[in-house]
Design a protein around this ligand. Structure first.
Ligand SMILES: Cc1ncc(COP(=O)(O)O)c(C=O)c1O
Length: 493
């Protein structure tokens, strides 16, 4: 019997002709288990009794008897003229993740067992879906040049050559890799050629490749503290031990990295715009970190997620560009400069690591979808990308100024902004005694979503504060959100 797929496919149930268990009983138990385990979901259609009988090579009677019983017990229902469906309202805890044959499992406490992805759930929650003010990772989507993009998508969707519909290069579409290499050399002083550029599905996947290519269970990963929880989760997939290393005003504390000893294989840093606090890593600190990597044959993962936007001065060069010894894996993304749902990011990998990165990339999902790579290559080559970044930089500068001004007006003395010179967000410390989690909850109740700074700490002494995005919403909307924030804080104090 086939697996459940479309409406005309017969759902899989274990069935054995000639078994001592009666046919109707096997069918009844098979479907009951499938519903209880959640393999068949409410609203999903069962095969017709005729199709199922034919598939199993038996008469219709046992099938009808089994369905009859399942209807009576409330697992399925017949809808006149349209078929038989799994019923809505199977009690919560029954239609969850319980294993097939045993029905619902409960732990000793009577609670449902925790799913292993509980932490990943926390992370997606932190990024948040949807729109609105304060979203830390969101660009001004309404300003994206959609007409141009649509023209390029249509052009290529219609005219994609057959060879580009076949399997593609695991490293990515050649023209796009060339365009990215040109851009990175010119705008970010990255030392690379196109052969070192790997196209992936967002920087999240880039970090996953780093985890799998660079780290093993016995290794240690040094992670900025506070730091980007998304990177921590991705790199921890390797099974390596994650050691949070505090950042100070100059960046990650390299002495503390060195003190970890030879097991430290990778340091993850955001040198152009520390996530979440916002300072840049000073030149002397960069050199220290590069020296550490070189001395210890260790690797540095440089996450350069939003450095196109720097307001106080020209964009800083990259750590990768200062690296004489090829110890840096550079990670970039189009999520902030274009839009996150595009899911295109890239890595620049030292030559000696290329083969192992490509091997891991192939094992994960072979290669990135070609259509958007082709579109993006044109978007870069035809100058749309540069124009968009230029416009957005001016827009975000205004929005940054407006947020800082609004925070001072409504919350001066309660919130302290320290670094707001780059990117799409700023971090602000809350005055003593104010719990950022409570503030974020209060905001959420009023439909505004911000990130609590304390969530970015893996260690024991988190600071209370807020990560506030200013890219996605216009000044008026942001000002209203700041006034809501002021109200929430007043109530919490
Ligand atoms: C530090 C950092 N790196 C990377 C990203 C972007 O991830 P992606 O390219 O997977 O969308 C974000 C987004 O929030 C981020 O804050």
């Amino acid at each position: 019997v086939n697996k459940t797929a479309g409406r005309d496919v017969v759902s899989y149930i274990p069935f054995e002709r000639g078994s001592p268990v009666a046919c109707y009983r096997q069918i009844y138990e098979g479907y009951r288990a499938a519903v209880l385990s959640g393999r068949l979901r409410p609203g999903q259609r069962l095969p017709s009794s005729r199709a199922l009988a034919a598939e199993l090579g038996i008469s219709r009677l046992p099938v009808l008897t089994a369905f009859e019983q399942l209807v009576q017990e409330g697992y399925i229902e017949g809808r006149v003229g349209s078929g038989t469906y799994v019923r809505d309202g199977i009690p919560e805890g029954l239609s969850g993740a319980a294993p097939d044959s045993t029905g619902p499992t409960r732990s000793a406490s009577g609670m449902r067992p925790r799913r292993p992805q509980a932490d990943a759930g926390r992370s997606t929650g932190m990024l948040g879906t949807g729109l609105g003010p304060f979203r830390a990772s969101l660009p001004a989507l309404d300003r994206f040049p959609r007409a141009t993009w649509a023209r390029l998508v249509a052009r290529h969707a219609r005219g994609l050559p057959l060879e580009l519909m076949a399997y593609g290069d695991p490293a990515g579409y050649e023209d796009l890799r060339e365009a990215i290499a040109d851009y990175l050399r010119a705008a970010r002083a990255v030392r690379c050629d196109a052969s070192q550029v790997l196209i992936v599905s967002g920087s999240q996947m880039a970090l996953q490749l780093c985890a799998m290519a660079l780290l093993g269970r016995d290794d240690v990963l040094c992670m900025e503290e506070p730091g980007y929880w998304g990177a921590r989760d991705a790199l921890a997939l390797s099974g390596a031990t994650v050691v949070p290393v505090p950042v100070d005003g100059e960046g990650i504390d390299v002495d503390r990295v060195a003190a970890v000893g030879p097991r430290a294989r990778v340091a993850y840093v955001t040198p152009s715009h520390q996530y979440p606090l916002g300072m840049f890593m000073t030149a002397s600190r960069r050199l220290e970190l590069l020296r550490w990597a070189q001395r210890n044959d260790a690797w540095i993962v440089e996450d350069d997620y939003d450095s196109e936007y720097r307001y106080a001065s020209r964009p800083l060069g990259t750590l990768q560009g200062m690296d004489e010894a090829s110890r840096v894996i550079y990670v970039g993304t189009f999520s902030k400069v274009l839009f996150p749902a595009l899911r295109v990011g890239y890595l620049v990998v030292p030559r000696e690591l290329l083969e192992s990165f490509v091997r891991v990339r192939v094992s994960l999902d072979l290669f990135a979808p070609t259509l958007y790579q082709v579109v993006l290559a044109d978007f870069l080559r035809e100058g749309h990308f540069a124009r968009h970044v230029r416009r957005m930089r001016a827009l975000y500068l205004r929005r940054r100024d407006a947020l800082v001004e609004s925070l001072q007006r409504h919350l001066g003395g309660v919130l302290t902004v320290e670094h707001a010179d780059a990117g799409l967000h700023l971090s602000a410390y809350l005055a003593d005694g104010l719990d950022d989690l409570a503030v974020v909850r209060g905001l959420e109740e009023r439909g505004v979503f911000a990130t609590a700074l304390s969530k970015c700490y893996a260690g024991g002494a988190p600071r209370s504060g807020l990560i506030l995005g200013f890219g996605a919403a216009d000044e008026r909307v942001t000002d209203r959100a700041v006034r809501t924030l002021a109200r929430v804080i007043r109530e919490a104090s």
